[in-house]
Design a protein around this ligand. Structure first.
Ligand SMILES: C[S@@+](CC[C@H](N)C(=O)[O-])C[C@H]1O[C@@H](n2cnc3c(N)ncnc32)[C@H](O)[C@@H]1O
Length: 379
């Protein structure tokens, strides 16, 4: 509690000024956005959330001991995570939140609702990978956002050695980065792909070409969910090493195979009736996306389908917040044209490439992922 000194003159109430102060206060999470992320990141790196999940609620002294960090550091971290709702502080075994007057020694900390939900849903390892991706891939390049906007170039790529213009071809230049990238990309996809795997209609589809399929995360999930589907993962040779290991470990090599190709310049393998673009069209320019969809139109044959799965921004250009903020990564890193496009833009490319029966399937998770599909008219 803040004590008011008896001699303090009581400030005059000025409604206009009070409102302005309240409005300015909304800048706090934005002004300190980098710091908010670092509270989550430190909690992950130091093992705070695992400690509280396994042994909470705990007083600060036990947190310091459990994490092997100075008591003062535990206090700073717990203030940060508690103010952000990542942890809660209470004074009883039920850990009732909001007991701010409780003596420090008695105050007990436990995971806050978003972190507790991730553990409960079995999504904690996925979320931790995503935090690591933000930490080790996105964070420093994000400081190049203004320059990237000003120049129209993905200038954050300078943080990764190489001379090529896209992030993917630079991954092999840093030891361990390819592995990290595909592990974390796997988690982004695992988090968001229920809309593709569970809510998208694959009736009549026999063979899917997963264009830029990465480590086969979506191909394997589709193969498990749809036992009659066969899937080819098309990607750079570097990515396919990880994909092949995952396919082998999943025991699905009879139905999920790989093909190495540059998706722009090489011919695509034949015999597929569905082309999937998962987290792919967010990388390239509208012209390149139209080119890829025209290539898909030829590849799938009459009656064949194209599916575009990724995050979308709203057609009114006003959100959602997830897409707006994730766009800092897309603007600074993957390629100079990368962005989270609006649903309607994707639907227009499909139409322009010749597809009909264009449909959008929205997800029911907390991310704005969805699927836009189209069908090549049958003769
Ligand atoms: C954002 S990742 C998406 C991976 C996977 N589809 C997923 O949803 O998790 C983009 C993928 O496109 C691949 N890629 C980028 N440029 C490519 C190219 N010119 N030819 C083949 N694959 C490419 C990358 O290697 C990477 O695996």
């Amino acid at each position: 509690m803040t004590a008011t000194h008896p001699a303090d003159p009581r400030p005059e109430r000025e409604p206009g000024r009070d409102r302005a102060q309240e409005e300015l206060g909304r800048l706090v999470p934005v002004l300190f956005g980098h710091a908010a992320f670092q509270q989550l990141n430190a909690g992950c790196r130091l093992g705070l959330f695992e400690l509280l999940d396994a042994g909470g609620p705990l007083p600060a002294a036990k947190v310091a001991e459990g994490l092997g960090i100075p008591h003062r550091s535990a206090g700073v971290l717990l203030l940060g995570t508690t103010a952000l709702g990542l942890t809660t502080a209470g004074n009883g075994v039920d850990g009732a939140p909001g007991e701010t007057g409780t003596e420090e020694g008695n105050r007990l900390y436990r995971n806050g609702p978003p972190v507790a939900a991730a553990f409960r849903e079995g999504l904690w390892p996925v979320l931790r990978d995503i935090v690591e991706f933000q930490d080790r891939v996105s964070y420093l390049p994000a400081a190049d956002y203004a320059e990237s906007l000003a120049t129209g170039e993905n200038t954050g790529i300078r943080h990764f050695p190489g001379t090529t213009r896209d992030l993917y071809t630079r991954l092999a230049g840093v030891p361990g980065l390819e592995e990290l990238f595909y592990r974390c990309m796997h988690s982004w996809s695992a988090l968001s792909n229920p809309v593709l795997v569970e809510r998208t209609d694959f009736t009549g589809v026999r063979r899917v070409l997963d264009v830029g399929g990465g480590d086969a995360v979506n191909a394997l999930a589709l193969a498990r969910a749809h036992p009659s589907l066969r899937i080819t993962v098309l990607d750079r040779a570097g990515a396919l090493e990880v994909a092949e290991r995952n396919i082998r470990e999943a025991g699905l090599a009879d139905r999920v195979t790989t093909a190495a190709a540059d998706i722009f310049t090489d011919p695509w393998p034949g015999g597929h009736d569905c082309a999937l673009f998962a987290h792919q069209l967010v990388i390239w320019s509208p012209e390149q996306n139209l080119g890829l969809l025209r290539k898909a139109y030829e590849a799938v044959g009459p009656g064949g389908r194209a599916l575009v799965f990724n995050a979308f921004s709203d057609d009114d250009g006003a959100g959602p917040l997830y897409a707006a903020l994730d766009n800092v990564y897309f603007t600074t890193l993957p390629f100079r044209h990368s962005t989270i496009y609006r649903w309607g833009e994707c639907e227009n490319w499909l139409r322009e490439a010749g597809f009909g029966e264009i449909r959008r399937t929205t997800g029911n998770g907390w991310t704005p992922h969805g699927v836009v599909s189209g069908r090549r008219p049958a003769p």
